[in-house]
Design a protein around this ligand. Structure first.
Ligand SMILES: Cc1cc2nc3c(=O)[nH]c(=O)nc-3n(C[C@H](O)[C@H](O)[C@H](O)COP(=O)(O)O)c2cc1C
Length: 421
């Protein structure tokens, strides 16, 4: 029998050729006509080198939900269909491709990125009124708490976009539901203080996922794979958060509600680098283009300070650790019969194999290293050492936030890569 890493995985209508996936890391492809080329450049190489599945980074179901200028909008059928040639090219090389569907809620650019805030067409969307300590950071930003009907309409929207994704050839969708995105703002008691059917108990806070699952089945087909990220949160002392037990319960509900797989992650209640543990990115200071973009995005010292403090806090709270979500995804795996996707600090071929062989997950994902090493899958599949270049510097993080290309920004890495060629 083939070793586990090379065994295909059946997920609804999709068959993924092996157990290694490229985790969603924003490609900065933006929203223009060249988005398809940018994705093609990034993904086809990964497919050629044997990756099983690519999860395209968060793509926004509504333009006013974007969290970065480089985020692709998938708010119309035409916009999704224009990505179809890239999807075909990836699949022609034997890989599968999912698209992550997202919305930033209160962290949409209209809330913090000056040019977008100046031209905003409406308020930012929230699950509940802002917690008191966020109010000064959002001064002057109109915030709209979604009504129950609007939550239902939003869920229907996810379904509609999933239908277009299937038409464009994507093999499935993942919901961007961690790291303080809109869906996490429902899952997390840090944000969600609603008293309708979408607030209160864990099940109520997660109910929006059920509606989305139903909408995806209705618009994209019962067999269309729909997967979800499940957050266990860290928060400043004394503040409510989605705890580990909440995450286990949300994962259980996801299975009950027909999701095809879950990705459990430990993250902050803030959209910071706990999602991609490592250093606080120093290039906001050292990279002139980046510093300039940050000044344009956040012209006041207070706002720039808040952004930098977020990075600092994230790095301090969550330094890099190998396979940092292991305890969580293994615990979820033990309790569920649907596949669990592992992600977070997985760096060696031996890590990948041990996670699979111990049955701690059914798919193993690697994110940042793919930026500098598009051929990574080939080496992992061959049992080679794995990523060689990623330093977990998180210099790629502000780049994506400021609308720059999704690539490695570590000059040392480029030196090493050049020397190796
Ligand atoms: C620049 C950057 C962009 C990311 N974009 C997304 C995203 O769009 N959606 C998502 O769920 N996770 C996103 N992530 C998180 C990654 O998918 C992954 O979970 C994280 O980087 C940890 O894995 P790694 O240690 O292998 O990089 C992003 C991470 C980085 C560094």
């Amino acid at each position: 029998m083939a070793e586990r890493l090379r065994q295909p995985l059946r997920l609804g209508s999709a068959t993924i050729r092996n157990r290694l996936y490229r985790a969603p890391v924003l490609e900065g492809a933006g929203d223009g006509d060249d988005a398809v080329q940018t994705y093609t450049r990034a993904f086809v190489d990964n497919a050629v080198h044997g990756v099983g599945l690519i999860i395209q980074g968060s793509s926004c179901i509504l333009p006013e939900g974007r969290t970065s200028p480089g985020m692709t909008c998938v708010d119309s059928r035409a916009k999704v269909m224009r990505l179809a040639p890239m999807v075909r090219a990836v699949k022609a090389e034997g890989a599968s491709i999912f698209i992550q569907l997202g919305h930033g809620g209160i962290y949409a650019m209209e809330g913090w990125h000056e040019p977008y805030a100046t031209n905003r067409s409406g308020p930012v969307l929230a699950s509940s009124p802002l917690p008191w300590f966020l109010r000064s950071s959002f001064r002057g930003v109109p915030v709209h708490v979604m009504t129950s009907d609007e939550v239902r309409a939003m869920a229907a929207r996810y379904g509609e976009v999933a239908g277009w994704a299937r038409e464009a050839g994507y093999d499935g969708v993942q919901l961007g539901s961690a790291n303080a995105k809109l869906l996490d703002q429902f899952l997390s008691p840090f944000y969600n203080r609603r008293s309708d059917e979408f607030g209160g108990s864990v099940e109520n806070r997660a109910r929006v996922l059920l509606l989305i699952r139903e909408a995806v089945a209705e618009r994209a087909g019962e067999d269309y794979p729909c997967t979800v990220k499940v957050p266990a949160e860290v928060a400043p002392a004394g503040f409510p958060r989605a705890r580990r037990d909440d995450a286990l319960e949300v994962a259980r509900l996801a299975q009950e509600w027909g999701f095809d797989a879950v990705t459990p992650v430990t993250v902050s209640v803030f959209p910071d680098t706990t999602l991609s543990r490592g250093s606080a990115p120093d290039n906001l200071r050292t990279n002139k283009a980046m510093a300039q973009r940050l000044r344009r995005a956040a012209p006041t010292r207070l706002r720039r300070g808040t952004i930098k403090a977020g990075y600092w806090w994230g790095a301090r709270r969550a330094p890099f650790a190998p396979i940092w979500n292991r305890e969580l995804f293994a615990a979820v795996s033990q309790r569920l019969s649907i596949p669990v996707f592992a992600v977070g600090g997985i760096r060696t071929a031996a890590d990948v194999r041990s996670i699979l062989d111990l049955g701690e997950a059914e798919m193993v994902g690697i994110g940042r290293p793919f930026y500098a090493e598009p051929d990574l899958a080939e080496r992992i599949l061959a049992g080679d050492s794995g990523p060689r270049l990623c330093r977990n510097s998180n210099r790629c993080v502000p780049a994506q936030m400021l609308g720059m290309p999704g690539v490695c920004y570590n000059p040392e890495v480029h030196k090493v890569a050049r020397a190796a060629t």
